[in-house]
Design a protein around this ligand. Structure first.
Ligand code: G3P
Ligand code: CA
Length: 303
């Protein structure tokens, strides 16, 4: 069965229990157990979820619609991206604070060093070539706006792990993101429960988002000390560490906690591009693996 079909079945099985605060009431405990059992069955059958990092970025220019489509072609349901804000307030998808590495901005605007996203308008960024640096076949590829990106993910029936990148540079970006999500139809129950996780290295940004939209699933990027994990669990659902920083014991310590929505706190490890490390983190029990080569990882972790 295709993973999306199984995911739909799991969603039905989980009913509305996926994002409710069930752990606080005695009669809700069986529902929590049912969800946990369903998730355990899913894991046994499929292994960890594989997430295409910046899209399938080993095969198409990172954070572009081409990288989303490449992940889809590979049968990968989840894509990861990085959100930043332009000078005139548009949310765009780019990893670096500067446009220099992944576009032709230095040639197009030679006097605008250091070519920061926040110093360019959306219209200016939309003239840049974000594909030629990766390969001639991608010449003319654009930096997508968040709106365009959400629509493509929806069109492909994929799911999104969205990173708020460098939020300290962009005061209020959490509210901006919520507004775009609402405008593009991503705050309905179906998206919120099953298709969207928002993560950041910046704990304050995740806390802000959680205060604004407590229904959204969130993740903290990093490897907090075990003693500090309960603090994070108050407002996050996932702890997402660099794969070399974790052990089986660390993953188990995360899993012992309940996240912000009453489900087991989860772990998505990044960035794993080879079979040996994919199998290693699967052995640790991670819930998801984030990869530039999601096809390689998918083959390695599939039971
Ligand atoms: O999703 C995890 C990963 O994207 C975090 O690192 O630098 O690639 O955004 P980075
Ligand atoms: Ca990222």
């Amino acid at each position: 069965m295709h993973s999306r079909t199984v995911a739909a079945a799991l969603t039905v099985l989980m009913g509305g229990a996926g994002v409710l605060t069930l752990s606080t009431t005695a009669q809700a405990a069986p529902a929590v157990d049912r969800v946990a059992a369903a998730e355990a069955r899913w894991y046994a059958a499929h292994g960890p979820t594989v997430i295409a990092h910046r899209g399938a970025s080993a095969y198409a220019p990172e954070n572009t619609l081409a990288a989303v489509d490449r992940a889809d072609t590979l049968g990968i349901d989840w894509v990861e991206n990085d959100v930043q804000r332009t000078k005139d307030g548009e949310l765009v998808i780019l990893h670096d604070e500067s446009l220099a590495r992944t576009t032709d901005v230095e040639q197009r605007f030679p006097d605008r060093s250091p070519w920061k996203v926040q110093d360019f308008t959306a219209a200016e960024i939309n003239t840049l070539d974000a594909g030629s640096w990766f390969g001639a076949a991608f010449a003319g590829t654009r930096v997508p706006t968040l709106k365009q990106y959400l629509n493509r993910v929806d069109h492909n029936d994929q799911k999104l792990l969205m990173e708020i990148k460098s939020p300290a540079l962009y005061p209020g970006i959490e509210q901006d993101i919520v507004e775009v999500l609402g405008d593009e139809g991503w705050l309905d129950t179906g998206h919120v429960r099953n298709k969207l996780v928002v993560q950041s290295f910046d704990a304050a940004s995740i806390q802000t988002l959680h205060r604004q939209r407590a229904d959204l699933t969130t993740g903290f990027l990093g490897t907090p000390a075990v003693a500090d994990l309960p603090k994070y669990a108050a407002y996050t659902d996932q702890i997402n560490p660099q794969h070399g920083t974790i052990t089986k014991e660390y993953v188990a310590a995360v899993h012992r906690l309940t996240g912000a929505h009453g489900k087991r706190l989860k772990v998505s490890a990044w960035t794993v591009d080879d079979a040996a490390n994919a199998r290693k983190v699967k052995g640790f029990g991670v819930d998801a693996v984030i990869s530039n080569k999601p096809d390689v990882v998918q083959r390695a972790v599939r039971p």
